[in-house]
Design a protein around this ligand. Structure first.
Ligand code: LMR
Length: 412
């Protein structure tokens, strides 16, 4: 091979730790196969439906659309206003965001292609504005965090998210990592519904974390992809409010993939909160320049759906009801699975009830996961991350029996 070719390196990149598994599931010909890998909501029949509020919003958009003109680099104002309200609404706010950070002009947003685009933009901003800064992630985390930090050419630091028995949030470990970091380093936090463990800090712990972050001069990047699927739309931004209360500069990556079921529309946002309104403007100008070289300006259709729904009281109410129904069904599946695992003789899974949101770790080895796939056609992510939102009353006993069987195989 000559040096002039792109393929000189010749070594293939690894398959994606989540979508690679989904590809294997798609290729599986067994009719009883079960995809509990990617974090997507499925109804009782196994479909990921388009909610009625989305269909109605799309009908209205189609009827009113006249052009496919470019959006501004940071996105359309109606979408950005809608997401700002969603993220910065406080307990007591019916709609609209009364948080002082918003009132003081310290908050600006950009529409990004999904939460992934927002995370990449956030880490790129850190790389550009704080050369030499390192980005810290608590392990285990969403595997794409590692790839995003790597792609932004930033040094990655790791700390343990869970205590050594893998049962609880390791607050002292995180506080020690905050103390070990240097000023200007960034920490990625999961705003709610930690992916993959489902284990979040309490509101009091978030306050302690935020205060330490402020004392140490660190930059929080809050990845919030599951707002409304944990404890509710406003409760799920308690982490964000804890950081805001300290006055630190922060970045918030949000996603409409799960809570609006807009997975393939790639709808997300990066909220930038600067120390002052002037600082926010400067940060936003850098964000726009980065965007211009990556996706130039965002795809508008998905954002228009979100803006249409959140801008109309009736549609917003309908969507909130649909979201709450999803949240409750995921919670019910979590309880059903825990009970079924116990009934199947698998010990030690009562801890699943401590988790919230779509995911929990079953703590399975690669060999056990391979057996689940090969013998039972059940697909999970590494360490046995299970998507509770993909379960149904019919699937739960099948999954529980299969898990109990591979655990009894003795290779745990
Ligand atoms: C997941 O963790 O399964 C989802 O966030 C989908 C993704 O982009 O990885």
């Amino acid at each position: 091979m000559s040096d002039g070719t792109l393929s000189t390196r010749q070594v293939a990149a690894p398959v994606d730790p989540i979508f690679g598994i989904v590809d294997a599931y798609r290729a599986d010909q067994r009719p009883h196969k079960m995809n509990l890998a990617a974090g997507v909501y499925m109804d009782e029949t196994g479909l990921t439906p388009i909610p009625a509020s989305i269909r109605e919003a799309e009908r209205r958009i189609l009827a009113a659309s006249t052009s496919k003109l470019y959006a501004p680099i940071s996105g359309e104002g109606a979408y950005l206003d809608a997401v700002r309200n969603l993220l910065f609404r406080q307990p007591g706010d019916v709609w609209g965001a009364t948080h002082p950070a918003v009132a003081d002009g310290r908050v600006t947003l950009l529409h990004t292609p999904g939460g992934t685009g927002a995370m990449r933009l956030a880490v790129d901003l850190v790389a550009r504005l704080r050369p030499g800064a390192e980005v810290w992630v608590g392990e285990p985390t969403w595997p794409n965090h590692f790839q995003i930090v790597d792609a932004a050419r930033v040094n990655l630091r790791r700390f343990a998210w869970l205590t050594t028995n893998q049962q609880a949030f390791d607050e002292s470990g995180l506080l020690a990592a905050l103390d070990a970091a240097k000023a200007g380093d960034a920490f990625i936090f999961h705003g709610t519904c930690h992916n993959p463990t489902g284990i979040d800090p309490t509101a009091t712990q978030w306050q302690q974390i935020a205060e330490r972050v402020e004392q140490r001069g660190l930059i929080p990047i809050i990845d919030t992809a599951y707002q409304g699927l944990g404890d509710g739309l406003i409760a799920d931004t308690a982490s964000l409010r804890a950081f805001l209360a300290t006055g630190v500069e922060l970045l918030v990556a949000s996603s409409a993939s799960k809570n609006f079921s807009l997975y393939n529309e790639r709808v997300g946002a990066l909220a930038i909160v600067g120390a002052t309104g002037a600082a926010t403007s400067i940060l936003a100008s850098h964000a726009r320049q980065i965007v211009r070289t990556m996706w130039s300006n965002p795809p508008v259709h998905g954002g228009a759906i979100v803006a249409t729904i959140l801008g109309d009281t009736q549609l917003r109410t309908q969507w909130e009801e649909e979201l709450e129904a999803m949240r409750l069904r995921i919670l019910a599946s979590r309880h059903e699975l825990t009970a079924a695992l116990a009934a199947a003789g698998a010990q030690g899974f009562a801890r699943l009830l401590e988790g919230r949101g779509m995911f929990s770790l079953l703590g399975l080895t690669d060999a056990q996961l391979a057996r689940l796939r090969d013998e039972h056609a059940i697909y999970l992510v590494a360490q046995g991350r299970i998507n509770m939102a993909g379960l149904s009353p019919a699937k739960v006993p099948v999954v529980a029996q299969a898990v109990a069987q591979v655990l009894a195989g003795g290779d745990r």
